[in-house]
Design a protein around this ligand. Sequence first.
Ligand code: GLN
Length: 478
Amino acid sequence: MTKALNELTIAEAARALRARECTVRELWDACHAAAVAKNPELNAYLEIFDADETAIAAAQARIDSGDESLLCGIPLAIKDNILIDGKIASAASKMLEHYTATYDATVIKKLKDAGALFVGRANMDEFAMGSSTEHSAFGSTKNAVDPTRVPGGSSGGSAVAVAAHLAIAALGTDTGGSVRQPAALNGIVGLKPTYGAVSRSGLIAMGSSLDQAGPLTKTVEDAQIVFDAIRGLDPLDSTTIPAGLYPEHARKEKLTIGVPRHILSEGVDADVLETFEATLQRLAKEGHTIVDVEMPTSPYALAAYYVVMPAEVSANLARLDGIRYGHAARGETLLDDYVQSRTEGFGPETLRRILLGTFVLSSGYIDAYYRKAQAARDVLRKEYDEAFKNVDVIAFPTTPSPAFKFGEKSNDPVAMYLEDVFTITANLTGMPALSVPMGTVVREKSTLPVGIHFTTPHANEAMLFRLGTDVEKLSRGE
Ligand code: GLN
């Protein structure tokens, strides 16, 4: 059965464009038409852009003249917290509903240089805080596999745009799992690069020491294509890392995979755990070695994250005061202006995190909470560095359970926070991590995808791609 153009992967579309099996215009039209047709139901996009005729013609001309950029002419969905010059970037908040970006984020500039096209602004949890996209100020996105369920978050719109073929691939941001978790819940691939591998310039900041932009794609190969296009040292982001800063581990064919089974014994659905173990067994048959690892500090990672992250959120969102940026309400006094603008502009989850963050940074509590959390973060990183002396990769299920129903966790912040239990550690340690589909589980007659999650030492994304490709092959039965 031949695929429709919008169903192609980046690699397939790049090949089809060069084989003259389709034009850039036809590829764009297929994605755009699917987006327009399906968005009323799925709400993956907050805005679908009109065709940029100049960009389409330029991409076609490049391909005609033999340009080899694989992203040339490829339509992408972009999360609404990534700045595209001249377009609104609202971070799915009323606060920035009318904010128009005045420059391109570095990742956008790089994608434009590669010849990529942008289908629209993808929906998300407000300011990237959440795991279900239910915290968007503009309505939630529906899961691509089962529309009665959440798509995950916070990059829910990006994930659904790709899984439902409303774009060939997408860019999201990941502060605690926001690329990997929605990728897992929609049956696609998601990469959180090494901290500093990709510039944060032009991203609406959530937690500056945790944030990374990353690809959501149909295949591991595509994730690598996007990563290669967006990575690199950037003078506009002093935290970006030069090549060679971290040692690159030997490119082995067969890897040693560490599994911290002691933290999987509680809270993970039985069938998710079975799918995970079956996937590991298949990898073992392929010649990889599976060993147990102990990560004694892991149980504290979630708590540390929910102290460090809100602290950074409260600092980053302080600029949104109704004077310098954002929704502007006017009261009797200047203080009224601030209070009213922020009360009206921010949703409940954002307010909760600003309050939490302000509290953990306040004098008297900073030692008890913020500094303790930073200390736990250091220990966690050391523990991972230590474990990587014996293993190449550490594996978890990406999430404890498959996509849940709307409303199931939205009134219970702690239940929602537990969604991130396996993904947040990579943000706290700065290590790269990849989620790859590992199979399905059934809930109420619905067959739902779940993902396997791999972490490697800093700057060793190559190893993630290597192992991820094996998982893909095994699930295709090759
Ligand atoms: N779900 C996590 C949170 O709510 C992660 C968010 C993210 O990665 N942006 O903080």
